[in-house]
Design a protein around this ligand. Structure first.
Ligand SMILES: *Cc1c(COP(=O)(O)O)cnc(C)c1O
Length: 381
């Protein structure tokens, strides 16, 4: 079976992890800050905070921005459920902004209209969470321009997008957002097995995030109530969690990060081959905006005829090609149906979902395998 995504583990990765296992610190040692600095430097952010998953990162991002049971948070319907669940974990209400059918990303025009309506009924969101589907950056400048009119904070869900660029700057530099979140799950661009990182330019948010990931305890961040208690003493000032990344995971991340640009270059080469091979078939490949470079987490195609999707999916799997579909619209998940959502709430996302198919894409995929995948697809269409 050709999988749809696959991690790449080298001897350097293994050595890096083994070195931690035989060192003094399995967690809270030097590897986590090393990983954080490497990411901050790579993306051009002042701060990077490592946690145990992107789901945790999204959760504490919402907490740090003050999301609570009185808040609304808006995200994209074409995403993994975690992009919406983070708001529910803070007790907030969630709503979904429809997507641009060309990219599957949050549509700035739809956002503008929805915000104008929300303002008129007094239900403006506190935070919006655009998602860079497949690693293709959203039109962040347009999104930020609209959101800033209403003083709304922005969290980028860049789980697919480490190594991506927008306007010649790395996703994660937060030029058009408050916080950016990356995932390091094995199917993503770079892996720590499980893990996530938040980046921000805002020092205040950074110290809140550090506190939230470790029980609400931060030794350095604020004035102690009892400064003379002793060196053993720490204070908890707010409610946090244990969302820390271990040094074992960070060591894998540090080692992987050195190959990030090779990974995205390889993924882009393969995507180009797909694009050329598929250009005459009754489908479109989903491409990034012209002013951006995508890390190419997923190779998404949009079939012209949605009634064929299931048959094509099954036949491809029969041919040992693990195609996938990203994503079933979040608002139609039973949990969100129970919150009052229904079909028709995001018509563009729903229509696009019916056409989408994800083809295998990972650095070790060979041009011969891409040919086999394209031949198989061509015969089916
Ligand atoms: C993978 C993913 C997440 C969650 O990442 P984890 O690190 O597995 O928690 C969140 N959002 C999107 C869009 C993702 O693809």
């Amino acid at each position: 079976m050709i999988p749809y995504g696959k991690q790449d583990i080298t001897q350097e990765d293994i050595d890096s992890v083994l070195n931690v296992l035989t060192s003094d610190f399995l967690t809270q040692g030097p590897k986590v800050p090393e990983f954080e600095s490497a990411i901050a430097q790579y993306v051009g952010a002042k701060h990077a905070i490592a946690v145990n998953s992107a789901t945790s990162a999204l959760h504490i991002a919402c907490m740090a921005l003050g999301v609570d049971e009185h808040s609304w948070v808006w995200t994209s319907p074409l995403t993994f459920v975690a992009s919406a669940n983070c708001a529910r974990l803070c007790g907030a209400k969630v709503d979904f902004v429809d997507v641009d059918p060309a990219t599957g990303n949050m549509c700035p025009k739809a956002l503008e209209l929805k915000l104008a309506h929300a303002a008129s009924i007094g239900k403006l969101p506190k935070v919006i969470i655009p998602v860079h589907l497949a690693g293709h950056s959203c039109d962040m400048q347009a999104i930020q321009q609209v959101a800033s009119q209403y003083d709304i904070a922005i969290i980028e869900d860049a789980s697919h997008a480490i190594g991506s660029r927008y306007h010649d700057k790395h996703v994660g530099c937060c030029q058009f957002s408050d916080i950016c979140v990356f995932s390091f799950h094995p199917v993503k661009i770079v892996t720590t097995a499980e893990g996530g990182v938040l980046t921000t330019q805002n020092s205040n948010l950074a110290s809140k995030l550090k506190s939230m990931r470790s029980h609400g305890i931060d030794k350095n961040c604020r004035q102690l109530l009892r400064p003379d208690e002793g060196d053993w003493y720490y204070e908890q000032h707010e409610l946090g969690l244990n969302y820390r990344m271990s040094d074992i995971h960070a060591a894998l991340g540090v080692s992987q990060l050195a190959r990030l640009d090779n990974y995205t270059a390889k993924r882009n080469e393969l995507a180009k081959q797909y694009q050329q091979r598929l250009s005459k078939l009754p489908l479109d490949t989903i491409e990034p905006l012209s002013n951006s470079y995508s890390a190419r987490h997923l190779l998404l195609i949009k079939l012209h005829n949605p009634t064929k999707r299931k048959q094509v999916f099954n036949a491809m799997r029969q041919a040992n090609i693990q195609v996938h579909v990203h994503y079933f619209p979040v608002h139609l998940q039973p949990y969100y149906l129970a919150q009052g959502f229904s079909e028709g709430d995001a018509p563009q996302a729903e229509a696009l979902y019916n056409q989408l198919l994800s083809l295998p894409l990972y650095p070790e995929l060979t041009p011969t395998q891409v040919d086999y995948i394209c031949d198989t697809l061509e015969a089916l269409l």
